[in-house]
Ligand binder design. Structure first.
Ligand SMILES: [Zn+2]
Length: 221
């Protein structure tokens, strides 16, 4: 069955995927790249984590990121509030990059993932799910909340001698978001989504319902 043959993403070697036990992996015969994994209930766990990430992203954007107190004055700001201040100081491109990488890209990624994870619950999944999957893969590297977090921590350490810094709820939310994004990428198995999508020629993937992301048969090439 040609449907069972896939190419290694690293070295293009064509091979069949053996039946993989829960939690197991199949590696490329030639280069050792992981070409398939059996992550039990991958989509269910990813959906739960993505829902949590959506809620945390809203919290991270509506609550203060941090507060500063110096000589009797107190100020606090949110993520977008910080971007706005950068814009007002004449650094428009930096402000747009900050807004894109810390708000727009994570929000788009979460929206894509939520939509596709809900859409694949129906079998066969609509073909536009594939477009969303590619879009989310393109989007993910641009969601740089961890870079922002690192930048904030460096800035905090530098100004800690000059002012009293009070971490806001938004800061903890950003920390939680980083962990949730890591959880999503660890739990998500794109192959399981691809195997539920109807093909362009109108056919459906030749996969049994009990092992939707596994191709029976054996390896070799
Ligand atoms: Zn390979």
């Amino acid at each position: 069955m040609t449907e069972d043959i896939i190419a290694c993403p690293d070295c293009d070697l064509l091979q069949r995927i053996p039946e993989i036990p829960p939690g197991g992996k199949a590696c490329c015969l030639r280069c050792g790249h992981i070409i398939a994994q059996n992550k039990p209930d991958s989509l269910g766990r990813t959906l739960a984590l993505t829902f949590a990430a959506a809620i945390v992203l809203v919290i991270a954007n509506v609550t203060p990121l941090m507060g500063l107190s110096a000589v009797g004055r107190h100020a606090s700001t949110t993520i977008l509030g910080g971007g706005l201040k950068v814009w007002l100081q004449g650094e428009e491109i930096t402000a747009m990059l900050v807004a894109f990488c810390t708000v727009v890209a994570p929000a788009t990624y979460i929206a894509c993932m939520l939509t596709l994870l809900l859409a694949v619950k129906r079998r066969p999944a609509p073909s536009w799910v594939g477009i969303l999957l590619r879009a989310s893969k393109f989007n993910y590297p641009w969601a740089m909340v961890e870079v922002m977090m690192l930048g904030i921590l460096v800035a905090l350490i530098k100004i800690a001698d000059l002012a009293t810094v009070v971490p806001g709820i938004g800061m903890y939310a950003v920390g939680a978001l980083i962990i949730l994004f890591a959880g999503i990428s660890v739990n998500f198995d794109p192959n399981e989504v691809w195997n539920r999508i109807r093909w362009a020629d109108g056919k459906y993937p030749q996969v049994s319902a009990s092992k939707e992301h596994l191709n029976p048969e054996m390896t070799g090439q």
